[in-house]
Every structure is written in C-alpha cells, then in structure tokens.
Ligand binder design. Sequence first.
Ligand code: ADP
Ligand code: MG
Length: 233
Amino acid sequence: RERAREVLEAAERRNTSRLGVEAMDLLSAYGIPTPAGEIVDSPGDAEAVAERLADGEGVVMKIVSPDILHKSDIGGVEVGVQPSEVADTYEDLVVRARNYQSDAKILGVQVQEMLDMDGATETIAGMNRDPQFGPLMLFGLGGIFVEVLEDTTVRVAPVSEPEAQNMVDDIESAPLLRGARGREAVDEAGIVETIQRLSQLVTDFPAILELDINPLVATPDGVSAVDVRLTID
Ligand code: ADP
Ligand code: MG
C-alpha cells in the first residue's frame, strides 16, 4: 500500500490526473502480475534494457505520454522489436507522438518484455466510479473486442471472491476462457484474483476515479497486466 501511495503522490507532484503505463507499479504493489519492463528516456537506455529483456522474440516498445491515451492508434506501440532496432524505434515512436500532437508531453518510452500470445486471450479488468452506485468493477473480453462485442459485466466494489468468480462466469465468452474448440483453458483463478486485488486497490484509494487494465492477458500459465490507464482526482 505504501508503494502504491508513492506512485500516486508522484503523479500529484507532476500535476497530472491521467496516468498510463508509468503507473504499472501501482498494480504490482497490489500483487497483480505485470510484464517486466522499464521506462527510459533515451535510445541508448532503451537498448540496454532491451538487451536484458529480449528473448528471441524481441521486446515491446510503447510511447509514454499523458497526452496519448490510445497508443497503438497513433503508431505508439511496436511489438517484436529486436535489440538492434531498438534505438531507431525509439526515435520513430517519439516522431509519431510529435506528429500526432506537437506539444505532447512525452515522459519516455516503455521497453517491455514480449509475452507469448499463443493461446492467450485479451481481457479487460477495470473500475469506474458511478455517481449513484459508487465504484463499479468491470470485467470482460479485452483488446479490440471490448468495443466490438461489448462482452463485459459490472459489480459494485469491493467484490468478494465468489463475486469476482461470478463476473467471469457471467460473460458470454466464458467458454472461450475455459478451452472451447480445442483451446487450452486459461488461468481463470488468476483472473479472479486480479479482479479482487484491483477491487482492493480502488477501495484503498478513493482518489482513483477510473482505471482500466486493457489488456489483462490471460494464458494457460497465468495472467499479466500489459497496459493500464487511470484517472486520479
Ligand atoms: P494501447 O491500448 O494504448 O494501444 P497496449 O499497451 O494495450 O496499448 O498495446 C496494444 C496491443 O499490443 C495490446 O492489446 C496487445 O495485443 C499488444 N501488446 C502490448 N504489449 C504487449 C506485450 N508485452 N506482449 C505482447 N503483446 C503486447
Ligand atoms: Mg491497451
């Protein structure tokens, strides 16, 4: 909880109400698994981190800016970047951000471990404060499917374990998570635990007005919060 408080206070000092992947520590402070990664502010540092994190598949690089909400919409996410391409990609990401908004505040670039997406399902876990009902936890199918299929469900926070489990049961795509059509079942217990931990986080910090983990990548081996964005009071 102390570490989470530090992240939020740092944001307050920077006078920003919108946070992105720079708030990843908030999630790990509450035991939500995230890919290994670091935010750097130079091509050289990006290369050093990439050499440490890259396996054969390379790394993922993302622009980090409070002015850019949907990073891939502006070409701000590159997956499978080999260490030798990292420095050039750093410059590309910054140029694209500047083209999108010339005065965008750029905090740097996140260099992240590349997850094996074979057999993975992108889900979304989030929270929105409703004027009437208070904090509402949301779970559903994530990635590009969120808008298209709208397969999500909500519960008032805090949610108990049975309630979190019930949220997973509730979505239309639950069979997809459980290994329909020869797919391998994903770590459903990991999803349930993540919903509960997120519920605890937003209960402990009323200053968090809304928060989305999209995607929360679920694989047979576990879950991982690959992207986060939140608004604070
Ligand atoms: P945004 O939502 O701002 O466009 P994301 O960080 O969610 O940015 O990245 C967009 C997509 O890129 C994700 O939905 C996922 O499919 C893919 N992706 C992002 N990070 C990783 C990663 N570490 N490993 C594998 N795929 C990733
Ligand atoms: Mg995302």
